[in-house]
Design a protein around this ligand. Structure first.
Ligand code: C5P
Length: 237
């Protein structure tokens, strides 16, 4: 079974390559996967991915793609050539785009993750974009559709983990952001849970950013979260 270190994903949400490189050097012995998102990739492109690979870690390219099938498929092809471990696209792209992207990613080192409902969204935010169903029901519907289209990696909140596991079974790969150790600030996240709760609910991987990045001692914060994951896993086994 994967350890806390292997289940933890740290987003490199910083503005320069130097800061990203320093964080990877500091945390690579405690965290196996680093996420390159919109901020760093927009500024530096593939160089941001290379710095993660150069440190012997895996890269999660979080571009949350949303476009027509042809465009998403071609961008997926480009990402697989960069050797990233994960690549995100919105489940709301719909079945045609997901099916085409899944076919492109098949046999590559890249696992596609369909983003269901962002963890920063609650009922009010969903209503504002015309979705009257609850976040839980929306996540489940999007996840079922994504799995049917050949994308069984999913990004959702810990609140939906249990229902997703029950509905989709063991082969769904559940990546959970919005994770907050007890006592830390929720920031702009709405549907949060502790590392322990997320693991108990069936999460495979946890994305934890600001509670590590903004800690006085980021390494100690990462180690404490990895330990909490290990303890929760021994309870789950
Ligand atoms: O732990 P923290 O809130 O700082 O993590 C924020 C990171 O998680 C950002 O990189 C953000 O893009 C990512 N994320 C998210 N919600 C999602 C998917 C990804 O917050 N549904």
């Amino acid at each position: 079974m994967a350890s806390g270190r292997e289940r933890l994903i740290f987003p490199l949400d910083v503005s320069t390559l130097e800061e990203a490189r320093a964080l990877v050097a500091l945390l690579a012995s405690d965290i196996a996967t680093f996420k390159v998102g919109l901020e760093l990739f927009t500024a530096y492109g593939p160089a941001a991915i290379s710095l993660v690979h150069d440190a012997g870690a895996e890269c999660f390219l979080d571009l949350k793609m949303h476009d027509i099938p042809e465009t998403v498929a071609r961008a997926t092809e480009s990402a697989t050539r960069l050797g990233v471990r994960y690549l995100t696209l919105h489940a709301a792209n719909g079945p045609k785009t997901l099916t085409k992207a899944a076919a492109v990613a098949k046999g590559s080192p890249t696992t596609l993750l369909a983003v269901t409902v962002l963890t920063s969204m609650d009922d009010a935010e969903l209503h504002a974009i015309g979705i009257m169903a609850s976040p839980g029901d929306t996540v489940l519907a999007l996840a079922r559709m994504a799995k049917g289209a050949g994308v069984s990696g999913l990004v959702a909140s810990a609140h939906e983990c249990k229902a997703l596991r029950a509905a989709l079974g063991a082969d769904a790969h559940l990546v959970i952001p919005g994770v907050r150790p007890l006592g830390s600030d929720a920031n702009d996240q709405k549907r949060t849970a502790t590392p322990r709760e997320a693991i108990v609910n069936g999460a495979d991987k946890l994305v934890v950013g600001r509670p590590i990045r903004d800690a006085k001692d980021p390494r100690a914060a990462a180690q404490a979260i990895a330990r909490e994951i290990d303890e929760a896993l021994s309870g789950r086994a």
